[in-house]
Design a protein around this ligand. Structure first.
Ligand SMILES: [Zn+2]
Length: 596
């Protein structure tokens, strides 16, 4: 742990912040029995193996082994440090953190992210006030009005205006006494060549970008005329990661969860137009192509089905081609809505309205079908056209990991263009191999999907390890056995060093109440130890003294047998003068002793 926060404080925060509330903001969870389950945000999967226990206040994934408490979830999910996880929860639940014992460096660390959130909030008010100002905001207000946006939608999304000056925000920061080092980190002001700073956003309508917990993480700005660039976004900062952020996410989530589907558009105004017309389950990408992280975020936290609104031009087609595998590989249904030529969601909504749009959505084609049909309409069905169609589609089709789905699409394509199915298959397979060769790190599956994490580096037979884990679970669930464990010095026979250390801690601090489990989590410094405890604690085993005693006997016997057989082997090797084997066996024995 980077900083010292008293244990009582951690317990206070942990009990204030219900783990299911915090995780629910990021992952759709369904209740099954006492626990909640959902799709794991840490690995690719199609059926939920991610489990949250509100009673035990822990999470655990049966697929990839991730697990821990509310702090470790936030650290892993949001990519932040322990102190940030603690301080953001403390703040959210109105708990004061003692800062007296921290060094200045620690104080700085704990507060930098929070300072940026706070500052962005003040900047948001600044831009909003500029838009409202009688003279300064007049042009921008007129512009929004001309485009048809209502006062309600402007207010709901916190739209503002960056004045047509080089230093209005710079002066605002000075006025509220923001240290330059922090102001610069917002990315909203840019250093001048010689000295001083100037405003990044000038004469633009400003759109605040929120995260799912409604904190302002960045801004986008759009010009009022035809000048370039039309759109400008905040640069990435420690609180703003473009490939993980979606505009409108905070406003779209509830409706998306309710309806099971989410619309994805490209621009700020497209999004506002959709929301203003009541299609509030809409998000927008922020000047970047859709990423695997976006899709995972949407699939885990929003809905199972996506409606994509790409422009019907070539760029839109390219974007659709790139996205196919992203959706396929996250098992998210995706359909493409094609708007009439020359329209974007914004202009379409205002001209034709919601009913017409809904008719279009009903006719939306599945993503692969859309790709195939567009390739046919672009290239035609001449011989050359067919060659081009196949070569355009091999890439996207080869990236689909699901073999069944892939062969269904190949069959469709083959029938549609009258080319032999096996010929297309072969080409796609060749492409798959070529891509794999050029990209040693497979983009498809998450590494932890294939290989659950191993425990400890010393080689232990799986059976032995299973028994040790079993005993550890018992120690956790049935503190009544602890005296027996101590008496028989069971831990001394363990071979997994990590389990030995955790076991020793458990002997000292038995887990009787939920509070004790939280306390134990606090004492485990490494996330990996927390992961192990979460995985053991999540199961619902019940123990009694008799079964426990049996387990201990079984374990101690097998351990002694193993030692006995090692001794016999050593004797035999000595007798046969097999020095190499003897050396190897003695080394093993020594290792055993070292472990005890
Ligand atoms: Zn997982």
């Amino acid at each position: 742990m980077a900083i010292y926060i008293p244990e009582e404080k951690l317990l206070e925060i942990r009990s204030a912040a219900n783990i299911s509330d915090i995780i629910s903001e990021r992952v759709v969870l369904k209740k099954t029995g006492k626990d909640l389950v959902g799709l794991c945000p840490f690995h690719s999967e199609k059926t939920p193996s991610f489990s949250v226990s509100p009673v035990k206040q822990i999470f655990h994934c049966f697929g990839c082994g991730a697990g821990g408490d509310v702090f470790s979830f936030l650290m892993k999910h949001d990519g932040i440090g322990f102190s940030d996880a603690v301080s953001s929860l403390a703040r959210r639940y109105g708990i004061d953190l003692p800062t007296g014992d921290m060094t200045p460096g620690q104080k700085k660390n704990i507060s930098e992210r929070q300072q940026l959130f706070d500052l962005n909030k003040q900047v948001l008010s600044f831009f909003v006030s500029r838009l409202a100002s009688r003279v300064e905001g007049e042009k921008a207000r007129a512009y929004l009005k001309k485009r048809g946006f209502s006062q309600e939608i402007i207010k709901a999304f916190g739209l503002g205006f960056a004045p047509d000056e080089w230093d209005s925000l710079v002066r605002f920061f000075q006025k509220i006494n923001v240290p330059q080092s922090i102001a610069e980190k917002t990315g909203l002001i840019v250093p001048r060549k010689n000295q001083g700073f100037y405003d990044r956003f000038r004469n633009r309508i400003m759109f605040p970008i929120f995260d799912v917990t409604h904190q302002v993480i960045g801004f986008g700005g759009r010009v009022l005329d035809d000048s370039k660039p039309k759109y400008l976004n905040s640069p990435e900062t420690i609180i703003y990661n473009k490939s993980k952020s979606l505009f409108g996410a905070q406003a779209a989530r509830n409706k998306a969860r309710e309806t099971g589907c989410v619309y994805i558009v490209e621009g700020y105004f497209d999004l506002l137009a959709m929301h203003q017309h009541g299609i509030t389950n809409t998000v927008a990408t922020l000047g970047t192509a859709l990423t695997a992280e976006h899709v995972r975020l949407l699939r885990r936290g929003f809905a199972q089905k996506a409606f994509l609104l790409f422009d019907s031009d070539e760029a839109g087609l390219k974007a659709a081609q790139r996205s196919v595998s992203l959706f396929m590989n996250e098992a998210m249904d995706a359909v493409v809505i094609v708007l009439p030529k020359g329209y974007d969601p914004d202009s379409y909504m205002f001209e034709f309205g919601r009913p017409a749009f809904e008719t279009l959505s009903e006719k939306a084609a599945g993503m692969v079908e859309f790709l195939i049909e567009s390739a046919i309409s672009v290239n035609g069905l001449s011989m050359e056209g067919k060659v081009r169609i196949i070569s355009e589609l091999t890439g996207p089709l080869s990236e689909i990991n699901d073999h069944v789905a892939r062969s269904i699409y190949i069959q469709y394509l083959s029938e549609r263009i009258g080319v032999d199915e096996s010929a297309i298959s072969e080409k796609i397979q060749a492409e798959g191999k070529r891509a794999a060769y050029h990209q040693p790190v497979a983009q498809s599956g998450h590494p932890c999907e294939t290989e659950p994490q191993t425990d400890g580096e010393n080689a232990i037979s799986p059976e032995m390890n299973r028994l040790e884990k079993h005993i550890m679970t018992m120690m956790l669930k049935f503190p009544g056995i602890l005296p027996e464990i101590k008496k028989r010095r069971v831990l001394e026979f363990f071979s997994d060093k990590q389990l030995i250390a955790i076991g020793a801690l458990l002997l000292e601090h038995p887990v009787v109440t939920q509070e004790d489990l939280s306390g134990l989590m606090n004492r485990l410094a490494s996330p990996d130890d927390q992961r192990i405890i979460a995985s053991l604690a999540i199961c619902d085993d019940c123990w009694d003294y008799e079964t426990g005693d049996k387990l201990l006997c079984q374990f101690l016997n097998s351990r002694q047998r193993r030692q006995g057989s090692l001794l016999n082997q050593i004797k035999a090797a000595e007798k046969n003068n097999d020095d190499t084997l003897l050396f190897e066996l003695l080394r093993k024995k020594q290792a055993q002793r070292a472990n005890r």
